[in-house]
Design a protein around this ligand. Structure first.
Ligand code: FES
Length: 75
């Protein structure tokens, strides 16, 4: 079986973002980051590639435990 419990191990990660594009790639210039940028890793953000907090609902609904990547400069 390809499933464990009720979660398929082969389900798509990206459900809605730029689905016309064969591969979603985002670039962020390091000079434009400022002191901090928060990047989405759950693919549920309405402002992808940035995190908008949608991972909280995704985790609640699915039992997942994903969160953003935070890039910051200094302290
Ligand atoms: Fe996707 Fe926060 S919205 S990691």
């Amino acid at each position: 079986s390809s499933t464990t419990g009720k979660v398929s191990k082969r389900a798509k990660v990206n459900l809605n973002i730029k689905k016309d594009n064969p591969k979603v790639v985002d670039t962020c210039d390091i000079e434009e980051i400022g002191s901090k940028k928060v990047f989405c890793r759950c693919w549920r953000s309405k402002s992808f590639p940035y995190c908008d907090g949608s991972h909280t609902e995704h985790n609640k609904v699915t039992g997942d435990n994903v969160g953003p990547l935070i890039i910051k400069k200094g302290d």
